[in-house]
Design a protein around this ligand. Structure first.
Ligand code: ADP
Ligand code: MG
Ligand code: MG
Length: 212
């Protein structure tokens, strides 16, 4: 029997999987500019596996997200598989104290900050290196400050997703310093980072889902 938070986590994962499927070709094309072109298929493979694992996991959001993160890392492979896997499992572990009756927003902000830390530790990248961290960092910071300013969870997430999308677009102006694209120097200049774009689009899809 799923708790409300478990149901919400499963639904959120399915929404993200659907959006990534729509963007699969676009993400692949972005990744082709200066890397190996597999980012679209990597993300859909990972998120489809995450949804499937989530469907067998329960009862709460913590268990659902931990199972999803492990399955994502396993199925996706590559840099984004490891990084998303670490991020999802970290959020899952940290929200556990929320208990069965749903997420407490400050707990979610702390869990997101911990996920960013885990991703940064694993990838050894900072904002400005032209990676998914360039979308993740403003997502986490904007969510946290909106919550601190008294926004409700839905409004805070909408602000955060907007910030992530602007930041992902702005990576076009950066030169890659981490990941495969960094090996080709300035080849990706003028093109946004695929990992930043997929992360921001996932956040935006969740925001639209919450709003609907
Ligand atoms: P791979 O590079 O293994 O083919 P993907 O194409 O799925 O993996 O993912 C590429 C994305 O992963 C990049 O656009 C970038 O956002 C992210 N990425 C790669 N390396 C790192 C890193 N060290 N730190 C943070 N993000 C990274
Ligand atoms: Mg790639
Ligand atoms: Mg690859």
């Amino acid at each position: 029997e799923l708790t409300p938070s478990g149901r919400a986590a499963r639904a959120g994962l399915a929404v993200v999987a659907g959006r990534l499927k729509e963007l699969e070709d676009h993400l692949g094309a972005l990744d082709s500019v200066a890397a190996d072109g597999d980012h679209g298929t990597t993300m859909t493979r990972g998120m489809d596996a995450a949804v499937e694992a989530a469907g067998r996991a329960g009862p709460d959001a913590s268990a659902v997200l931990i199972a999803a993160g492990m399955a994502f890392a396993d199925a996706a492979g590559g840099a984004s598989g490891a990084l998303w896997g670490a991020g999802l499992t970290t959020v899952g572990r940290l929200i556990e104290p929320a208990g069965p009756e749903g997420l407490e927003a400050t707990l979610l902000a702390d869990a997101l900050a911990a996920a960013e830390e885990a991703v940064v530790r694993l990838g050894q990248s900072q904002p400005g290196d032209k990676t998914l961290v360039d979308a993740l960092h403003p997502l986490v910071e904007t969510f946290r400050s909106a919550m601190a300013d008294g926004a409700d969870l839905r409004a805070a997430w909408a602000h955060a997703a907007d910030a992530a999308q602007s930041a992902a677009a702005a990576t076009a102006q950066m030169t890659a310093r981490r990941g495969r694209a960094a090996r080709l120097g300035d080849r990706s200049d003028g093109t946004p980072d695929p990992g930043a774009v997929s992360l921001a689009a996932s956040a935006a899809a969740l925001a639209a889902h919450f709003a609907g």
